[in-house]
Design a binder for this molecule. Structure first.
Ligand SMILES: [Zn+2]
Ligand SMILES: [Zn+2]
Length: 251
C-alpha cells in the first residue's frame, strides 16, 4: 500500500501573514499528485518544496474566494510550460462561471492558452473525480451561502484511507460536514479561521476522527498564539496538529 504525503504549502486565511501564505495543500500518492485549493503563491511554493508540476493530475477548488484560487493563473502557466508527460491536469472549479474569467485572464497574459494539457471540470455535490488511485467526492458547506455561491468540503479516498478536508466553514460551525460526524476518517483537515474553537469543541469531541490537522489558520493562533490553540484543543480524544507552510504529513 502506498503512503500518502500531504504538504500544506500555504496555511493562512484570507490574507497572507508574516508566517503564512494563502491556502493550498498538495496530496502525493506514489508519483501522482493532487492539489486542494490554489491560493497564491502556490506555483512558487511547489517549486520551493521541489514538487514537480508534471505529476499533478487534478486540482480541486473548495470555493471561489481569492485566497483559494488566486494562484491558479500562475499555476496553469507552469502546467502549460511543464505538463505531465501523459494526460493532462484537470482543474475543478465550483462555479462554471469562473471558467470564462480565468480563461480571459490567461489570454490577457499571453499564456499559450487554451492548452490541451489543462482542462476545466466543475465541482458539484457527490462524486467529482476517480482515477486508478484516488476518488474524490464533494460535500456542500454554507461558507458562501450569504453570497448565493457554492462551497465544498472534499472527501478523498485512496489506498484504503479516507481524508476529509473541510474548506472554509460558517462562523457557527453548523455546516461542519455530516460525513465527518457520522463516518470514521483517517484524517480530517479542518479550517480554523471562521469559528471560535470553543464553539467547535463539543462537536469535534464526538466525531470518529483518527487524526486532526488544523489549517487555514487565523491570526490569533499564529506564532505564540499556537500554544493557546493547542491548550484549547488538548482534550480532544485524537492527535491534533497545527499546519504551517511547507509542513509535510504522512498517512
Ligand atoms: Zn479562505
Ligand atoms: Zn472563504
Amino acid at each position: 500500500m502506498k503512503a500518502m504525503r500531504i504538504t500544506t504549502l500555504g496555511t493562512s486565511h484570507g490574507d497572507h501573514t508574516y508566517c503564512r501564505f494563502n491556502s493550498s495543500t498538495l496530496y502525493e500518492i506514489g508519483d501522482q499528485s493532487y492539489l486542494v485549493d490554489c491560493g497564491e503563491p502556490v506555483n512558487g511554493l511547489m517549486i520551493r518544496a521541489n514538487k514537480p508540476f508534471g505529476q499533478l493530475q487534478a486540482v480541486f477548488v473548495t470555493h471561489m474566494h481569492e485566497d483559494h484560487v488566486g494562484g491558479l493563473p500562475d499555476l496553469i502557466k507552469a502546467l502549460v510550460k511543464r505538463p505531465r508527460t501523459e494526460g493532462g491536469t484537470t482543474v475543478f472549479l465550483p462555479e462554471v462561471e469562473a471558467q470564462a474569467g480565468l480563461d480571459g485572464w490567461l489570454r490577457a497574459m499571453h499564456v499559450a492558452w487554451p492548452s490541451p494539457v489543462v482542462t476545466f471540470g466543475v465541482t458539484t455535490e457527490g462524486p467529482v473525480y476517480d482515477d486508478s488511485l484516488l476518488s474524490v467526492a464533494a460535500v456542500p458547506t454554507e461558507h458562501m451561502a450569504p453570497l448565493g455561491a457554492p462551497s465544498f468540503a472534499y472527501v478523498l479516498e485512496a489506498e484504503g484511507k479516507r481524508i476529509v478536508t473541510t474548506g472554509d466553514l460558517r462562523g457557527d460551525f453548523a455546516d461542519f460536514p455530516e460525513v465527518i460526524r457520522q463516518e470514521r476518517c483517517d484524517l480530517c483537515i479542518c479550517e480554523i479561521t471562521h469559528y471560535k474553537p470553543e464553539v467547535a469543541l463539543p462537536l469535534l469531541m464526538a466525531c470518529p476522527i483518527d487524526r486532526l490537522i488544523l489549517n487555514h489558520v487565523h491570526d490569533p493562533w499564529h506564532g505564540e498564539g499556537e500554544a493557546r490553540l493547542r491548550a484549547i484543543m488538548a482534550d480532544l480524544p485524537y492527535p491534533v496538529e497545527i499546519a504551517h507552510d511547507g509542513d509535510e504529513f504522512t498517512l
